[in-house]
Design a binder for this molecule. Structure first.
Ligand code: NAD
Length: 357
């Protein structure tokens, strides 16, 4: 249907006005919980590029560092909180609409629940939590407080992923027969990621989850059965409580079979391949923050799109969901689905048998 420029501009202006009314004409304010690598190097710079959100609060255990970061992002010193008091003090701060939880995995549940109870929407890093019970608790707390909960699956908002999914749904590679995926790196000593109490598990929780997402997103199906095995090769103190290497397969209702591997002992790159009856979709790199390369049926199909950043997109998506009262695409339920599957993979590794879901 033809739409005149005037009608389009008027519709856009009225949408913006509606947005302004719901947010008091201002950007959605994020309070950052945890000033570590992902917050400082990726998410916060991503928010700076956004015209929908801004940084309005910080939670840190290091006051000096927080004050330095606050200056950089124009956050008032009164909006710097500690882990102990943030939820009590933040409730009355109307400049904070949402929090970004960027802490070790086993802390996601506590900080999500406390933030929701303080009346704030939550963008929580992946993996959602370290157990199914915790995920349910987080969803329950967000629902009870009528707040949005978004799990930081940045790839779900990334244009190469959207193009790959579209090509597959359009039948460009025929029926999906097999998928394989890999993501691993060689981890350093003394990382919280190798302490199960903080991480909930090894590479599967940290980066294997991207392979699982790739299989689920590309196929549009949920696995019916998983079968995994894990091992430690490097007995150098890093893998006392978590696996070093893990491979697992999944069987889907259509008959699709997928194989994935993940590692803290070797850099496998990070890629997935979807093999269809008529062709193939490949992405490599598939999980990095930038520079993803997509090929469809042997031809380069990469969307060269670096702006906005992946982190800007996910931050903006939650902002849109808050303003438009929509359920986030990568919701708490989506995070829970993955944790349920990852827990079944660990069970399969322990019991050395396939687990039905
Ligand atoms: P990091 O170690 O760099 O930062 C962790 C932050 O938590 C630090 O500010 C640290 O001070 C704080 N913290 C509070 N209590 C702590 C404790 N007991 N032990 C250790 N740190 C503690 O970690 P990161 O790489 O920023 O990862 C944080 C979260 O973000 C993890 O859940 C991780 O899976 C996720 N992550 C996501 C992506 C992505 O692409 N979406 C990438 C990297 C990390």
């Amino acid at each position: 249907m033809a739409i005149s420029r005037r009608t389009f501009v008027a519709a856009a202006a009225s949408a913006l006005a509606a947005r302004g009314q719901q947010t008091g004409g201002r950007k959605i304010g994020y309070c950052i919980i945890g000033l570590g690598r992902i917050s400082m190097n990726e998410f916060m710079p991503g928010v700076l590029k956004s015209d929908k959100c801004r940084i309005t609060g910080l939670v840190s255990g290091h006051r000096d560092k927080a004050e330095r970061v606050a200056k950089q992002y124009n956050v008032p010193e009164t909006s710097i909180y500690t882990y102990e008091d943030f939820d009590k003090r933040m409730t009355s701060n109307s400049d904070v609409d949402a929090v970004y939880v960027a802490l070790p995995n086993s802390m996601h549940a506590e900080y999500t629940v406390r933030s929701a109870r303080a009346g704030k929407h939550v963008l929580c890093e992946k993996p959602m939590a370290v157990s199914v019970a915790e995920c349910k608790q987080m969803i329950g707390a967000a629902n009870a407080a009528n707040r949005k909960l978004l799990i930081a699956y940045r790839c779900q908002y990334e244009p190469n992923y959207l193009k790959a999914i579209q090509a597959i749904r359009n039948g460009e590679i025929g029926k999906i027969e097999l998928i394989d995926a890999s993501f691993g790196f060689n981890i350093g000593q003394n990382e919280w990621r190798t302490d199960k109490k903080l991480s909930g598990g090894g590479p599967l929780m940290d980066v294997g989850i991207y392979c699982l997402q790739a299989c689920r997103l590309m196929s549009g199906e949920e696995p019916a059965e998983v079968d995994g095995r894990s091992a430690v090769i490097d007995h150098d103190g890093r893998f006392e409580t978590v696996e070093e290497n893990l491979v697992w397969s999944m069987r889907f209702p259509s008959g699709l079979l997928t194989t994935c591997n993940t590692s803290f002992g070797t850099n496998t790159g990070g890629w997935f391949r979807v093999y269809g009856s008529k062709g193939k979709v490949e992405m490599e790199p598939a999980y990095s923050y930038d520079g993803l390369k997509l090929s469809i049926n042997g031809k380069d199909a990469t969307v060269e799109d670096h702006n906005p950043l992946q982190f800007t997109r996910e931050g903006d998506h939650l902002a849109d969901c808050i303003v438009d009262n929509k359920q986030p695409k990568s919701s708490g339920e989506e995070g829970l689905r993955d944790i349920r599957i990852l827990m079944a993979v660990y069970q399969s590794c322990r019991e050395k048998k396939a687990i039905s879901l």
